[in-house]
Design a protein around this ligand. Structure first.
Ligand SMILES: [Zn+2]
Length: 331
C-alpha cells in the first residue's frame, strides 16, 4: 500500500541510525528493523512512507500515518446517490468500483524557528491495524517527539487527534497546542452526550482536554506563527480549520478534510459524505476552497489525498480534477 520512491528510501536509510537510538519511541517491529539495517540497510524501507520538500524557507515533511481499506465506497461518498453511479465514476477513473483505500497524512512544517505539526494520526488506537505510525516516521526523518514545538489540530475527529496521546502521556511532550476555539467548544460540551457526537465528545475529553493548559484557541484569520494563517472551512465539523502556508514567494494550502477522496469528493464536490457533519455546508465550503485553489493555482495538501497528499486541482466541468505533485518543488 505504500510506495516509497528511491529518494524516500535514501532518506529513510539516512534516518536509520536515529531510529535505533530512539528505540523507546518506536514499535518493537520498527526498532528491530532499525537494528537490522547494520546488516541490510534496505530493511529500513519498511518505515512508514514519507516525503519532504521545501516551500520557500519552510521544510515540509509528510508522513503516512496509515491507510484504511473501505468497502462499498458509495456508503461513505455520494450517500444518497445511486451506488452504481458512484461505482461508475470510480471505474471511469481507473479505480475499483467496490473498494477504496484512504490514507492519513499529517505534516510537519519546520519553519527554521519552530517545528509545527498539523494533526497527529491514529496514535495507539490505530496500531492493531497498521496505522498510528506518525512518530515512527518523524524519527526516521530525524525528528524526535520531544523536538515538536507546536501541534495544530485542524479538527477533532479521531484520525486527527488520537495521536495526541500515547499510553504513557502526551505523544509530543514539549509541545504547545493550537486548537480551533469553535471546534473545541463543540466537542467538549456535555450537550453532546446522548447524540451521535457522544463518542467524539468522550475522545476529546480524554485526549484534548488534558492539554488545554498548554493550548491557544484560534479562529479564522489567526496566525499560528508568522507565515501560517488559519482559515475557516466549516461543515466537515463545526469548527474545521484549514491553513495557508506562506514562505518567500510560495504558498501551499493545508485543506485538511475539506475534500476526503481525490475522485469522489473533488470531481463531485456536491455529493454528500458520511463524515461531513453538516453536509450542505461542507459541500459549499468544498466549492469555495477548491474554486480558490483552482483559480489561483495553489498547491494543496489534503489529509486524505493519495500519498504524499500534495497536488493541484483543475476545474473540469462542475468539479475538480486532482493532479498530484511531481517535481515542482525540486527544481
Ligand atoms: Zn480525517
Amino acid at each position: 500500500m505504500t510506495d516509497n520512491t528511491g529518494i524516500n528510501r535514501r532518506r529513510l536509510m539516512a534516518g536509520a541510525g536515529l531510529a535505533a537510538i530512539a528505540t523507546p519511541f518506536v514499535t518493537g517491529a520498527a526498532s528491530a528493523q532499525a537494528q537490522s539495517t547494520e546488516g541490510d540497510s534496505m530493511k529500513m524501507a519498511d518505515a512508514p512512507a514519507s516525503d519532504s520538500f521545501d516551500l520557500g524557507e519552510f521544510k515540509l515533511l509528510v508522513v503516512e500515518d496509515g491507510t484504511r481499506l473501505m468497502e462499498n465506497p458509495g456508503e461513505t461518498f455520494g450517500t444518497g446517490q445511486d451506488p452504481e453511479t458512484v461505482a461508475a465514476l470510480l471505474e471511469e477513473n481507473f479505480l475499483p468500483p467496490d473498494k477504496l483505500i484512504n490514507g492519513f497524512a499529517p505534516v510537519l512544517v519546520d519553519t527554521g524557528n519552530e517545528t509545527v505539526l498539523f494533526d497527529t494520526g491514529m496514535g495507539p488506537a490505530g496500531r492493531s491495524w497498521g496505522a498510528g505510525r506518525l512518530r515512527e516516521g518523524l524519527i526516521a526523518n530525524g525528528y524526535q517527539p520531544e523536538d515538536i514545538d507546536i501541534v495544530v489540530i485542524t479538527h477533532m475527529h479521531g484520525d486527527h487527534i488520537n495521536g495526541l496521546m500515547e499510553e504513557d502521556g502526551p505523544a509530543f511532550p514539549n509541545a504547545r497546542y493550537v486548537f480551533g476555539e469553535k471546534e473545541y467548544a463543540f466537542w467538549s460540551d456535555d450537550a453532546r452526550m446522548g447524540t451521535p457526537a457522544e463518542g467524539g465528545h468522550q475522545s476529546v475529553k480524554k485526549l484534548v482536554t488534558p492539554l488545554v493548559d498548554q493550548a491557544t484557541f484560534i479562529g479564522g484569520g489567526d496566525e499560528v506563527v508568522p507565515g501560517i494563517t488559519a482559515m475557516e472551512a466549516f461543515g466537515h465539523t463545526p469548527g474545521h480549520l484549514i491553513f495557508m502556508l506562506n514562505s518567500g514567494d510560495e504558498r501551499l494550502l493545508l485543506t485538511a478534510d475539506t475534500a476526503n477522496q481525490y475522485v469522489l469528493s473533488l470531481q463531485r464536490p456536491d455529493w454528500h459524505v458520511r463524515f461531513d457533519m453538516d453536509k450542505e455546508m461542507a459541500a459549499a465550503t468544498r466549492r469555495q476552497v477548491f474554486d480558490m485553489v483552482a483559480a489561483e493555482r495553489i498547491p494543496f495538501l489534503g489529509y486524505h489525498m493519495p500519498f504524499p497528499a500534495v497536488g493541484y486541482v483543475e476545474k473540469v466541468g462542475d468539479g475538480y480534477k486532482f493532479m498530484p505533485k511531481t517535481y515542482q518543488f525540486k527544481v
